[in-house]
Design a protein around this ligand. Structure first.
Ligand code: FMN
Length: 237
C-alpha cells in the first residue's frame, strides 16, 4: 500500500520516490493512472463473431501515426474463476479485426462509466444502456450515435506487453473519421476541443472535463535565436 511520507509543521516541502522494483503491480497501476493525466477515453464498440455488440471504455489510448492514421489501446485481462481471460473488446477485435472508437463528451460520463460494468460475453452494453447507434461505413461494428466524433478502425497489429505478456497493445488503422458539424472548426482545420468537451480519465474514480484551451505559436528560435524568442515571449506577457 502506498503512503504519503511524513511531514511536520514548518518542514520544508518533501517529495516521495517510489522505485518500481519495490512496489506491487497494483500500486504501479495506481501511480501510472494518477500521474499520466488527463487521458483521453476511447469508447470502443465491437461485434463478436456471432454479431452481438459490445461497448467499453479504455483510457490507455492515444494516436500514434498519421501515414496511415494509427491509434492504439492497451487492454488488460480479467480474472474469471481464477483464470485470466481476455476482455470482450479484445476477444471481439481478435475475432473480427474491426472496431469503432467513439469519443465521449463530458455529458456522457455516466454512460461511459456504466459501460465498464462486466457483463457476460454476448450481452450488449449498447442495449443495456439503450444507446442509439448509427451504422458504420467501412466496418461492421456500429457507431455510438450520440458521440460527436467516431473513428472506424481495422486491426493493424497486437503487441503483447508485460512480464508475463498479458497486456494487449491493440494498434488500429483509422479507416474513416466521422465528425459532427457541431464540433468542426474551419479555423482550426479540425475539431474544436471546447465544443467537443471530451471526457478524460484522471486517477482513481476521477474524470475530467476540458475546461479551457490556450493557443501558442510554435517557437521560431531556430530562425531568430532562442534567447531573443524567450525575451520576446516574456515581454508580450
Ligand atoms: C474510464 C475508464 C477507462 C478504462 N480504461 C481501461 C484501459 O485502458 N484498459 C483496460 O484494460 N481496461 C480499462 N477500463 C476497464 C474496462 O472498461 C472494463 O474492464 C470493461 O468491463 C471491459 O469491457 P469488455 O469486457 O466488454 O471489453 C477502463 C474503465 C473505465 C471506466
Amino acid at each position: 500500500m502506498l503512503r504519503r511520507s511524513r511531514r511536520y509543521p514548518g518542514a520544508p516541502r518533501t517529495a516521495m520516490r517510489f522505485d518500481s522494483a519495490a512496489i506491487s503491480p497494483k500500486d504501479a497501476y495506481a501511480l501510472l493512472i494518477s500521474t499520466i493525466v488527463p487521458r483521453p477515453i476511447a469508447w470502443v464498440s465491437t461485434l463478436d463473431a456471432a454479431g452481438h455488440s459490445n461497448l467499453a471504455p479504455f483510457s490507455f489510448f492515444t494516436g500514434v501515426a498519421s501515414r496511415p492514421p494509427l491509434l492504439c489501446l492497451s487492454i488488460g485481462q480479467r480474472r474469471v474463476d481464477g483464470t485470466m481471460q481476455p476482455k470482450d473488446t479484445l476477444a471481439n477485435i481478435q475475432a473480427t479485426g474491426e472496431f469503432v472508437v467513439n469519443i465521449p463528451s463530458a455529458a456522457q460520463a455516466g454512460a461511459v462509466n456504466q459501460s465498464a460494468a462486466e457483463l457476460a460475453p454476448g450481452t450488449s452494453e449498447l442495449d443495456a444502456l439503450q444507446l442509439p447507434t448509427a451504422p458504420s461505413v467501412h466496418v461492421k461494428p456500429p457507431r455510438v450515435a450520440s458521440c460527436r466524433v467516431q473513428l472506424e478502425c481495422k486491426l493493424d497489429q497486437i503487441v503483447w506487453l508485460g512480464h508475463p505478456a498479458t497486456q494487449a497493445l491493440v494498434v488500429g488503422q483509422v479507416l474513416c473519421f466521422h465528425i459532427d458539424d457541431a464540433v468542426w472548426s474551419d479555423a482550426l482545420h479540425g475539431v474544436d476541443p471546447l465544443a467537443l468537451d471530451p471526457l478524460s480519465r484522471l486517477g482513481g474514480k476521477a474524470f475530467g472535463t476540458t475546461g479551457q484551451a490556450i493557443e501558442l505559436d510554435r517557437p521560431d528560435w531556430l530562425a531568430s535565436g532562442f534567447s531573443a524568442a524567450v525575451a520576446r515571449d516574456k515581454a508580450s506577457k
